[in-house]
Design a protein around this ligand. Structure first.
Ligand SMILES: *Cc1c(COP(=O)(O)O)cnc(C)c1O
Length: 326
């Protein structure tokens, strides 16, 4: 949905300019801009929530600011100061306040910051000019029919990213690289592809564009890998799991270990937790099933409710994750 305003900032002559407010949805740039030819682009995604008290809360925006800085360093783009990133969010949310959905709807305002090379450059080297834009748009509740499980599929013919490559940065190229695999998974009736490490195809990486976690023996287990995106949702769930008295393990997870989890989920900003019904190994013809009745497990549900509760202001913000926009 089109909203009223977006926020922009340009980098040239070695410095970032002032934040600007725009009511245009268009970008005009040189046809030789590096973002178009050589993929100098990164993006972020986070949400603002309207509480029962009518206050608007933004979740962990400092983490998104830092991650975008990492993506800039990984693609040799200009690094946007954290304060500018945060200021742009607050400004965009305030200016588009009428688009923040009501508390009761379970919907939210999605915030999309992105940064790209605009300098004209036919030789392969970093641009000398960049643009940062931040737009917002309302998004409906992720689970329309209630908190539900979905299936994933392992297909060894595809890699999302390489171990020493770009997987740890939030860049558009990783998404382009995953489209063919994602389409195939969708056509076969799956939510998304369940990726294994690209070298040995032995350890768990990510589920599409979401991190993985498994639950067993009162322990939250999530992969340690250099080719996955460090999810802020996952980072938050690890803290909440510890708060609930669970153990947290971040380590390599061999694919066969899937058989030992009582619950499994994909996590990210879009759904918080998308509980996994089963993972079919397409090559080995094995299924790992995490639910008997198609319903999410009790720990996934508890973690989901807790995090959503903090985001909407129904639960106390004991870790200082919330910024109230006023
Ligand atoms: C954005 C993203 C995630 C989820 O990160 P959050 O910060 O939790 O939204 C996970 N994996 C990939 C590949 C992503 O791009």
């Amino acid at each position: 949905m089109k909203t009223d305003y977006n926020i922009r900032c340009t980098y040239k002559n070695g410095a970032w300019g002032e934040l600007e407010v725009s009511d245009s949805e268009m970008v005009t740039m040189h046809m030789a801009a590096t973002c178009i030819h050589y993929g100098q682009e990164s993006f972020e995604g986070l949400k603002a929530f309207r509480g029962a008290d009518n206050k608007i809360r933004v979740f962990r925006m400092d983490e998104n600011a830092k991650r975008m800085q990492d993506s800039s360093m990984g693609t040799m783009m200009a690094v946007l100061p954290i304060e500018k990133f945060e200021e742009a969010i607050v400004k965009a949310v305030k200016l588009n306040e009428r688009f923040v959905p009501p508390y009761e709807s379970g919907a939210a305002l999605y915030i999309r910051p992105f940064l790209f090379g605009t300098g004209a450059q036919v030789g392969v080297k970093p641009a000398n000019e960049y643009m940062f834009i931040l737009f917002v748009t309302p998004v409906g509740p992720y689970f329309k029919g209630g908190f539900q499980t979905t299936p994933f599929v392992i297909m060894r013919e595809f890699d999302r990213s390489a171990p020493l490559g770009m997987g740890k940065y939030k860049v558009g190229g990783n998404y382009a690289a995953s489209l063919v695999a994602g389409e195939k998974a969708h056509q076969m009736g799956y939510s998304n592809v369940f990726y294994l490490d690209a070298i040995e195809k032995k350890y768990i990486d990510e589920c599409g564009a979401a991190n993985f976690f498994g639950i067993k023996n009162n322990t939250y287990v999530t992969p340690k890998s250099s080719s996955i995106l460090p999810s802020i949702t996952n980072k938050s769930l690890m803290v909440l799991a510890e708060d609930m008295g669970m153990k947290v393990e971040r380590r390599q997870i061999p694919v066969e270990e899937l058989a030992t989890f009582d619950e499994a989920g994909a996590c990210g900003t879009a759904a918080v937790i998308s509980p996994i019904e089963r993972i079919d190994d397409y090559d080995e013809k094995i299924s790992y099933v995490f639910t008997k009745d198609g319903k999410p497990g009790p720990i996934s549900e508890k973690l989901y409710k807790k995090l959503r509760g903090i985001q909407y202001g129904d639960e106390p913000d004991t870790h200082g994750w919330i910024t109230i926009v006023e």
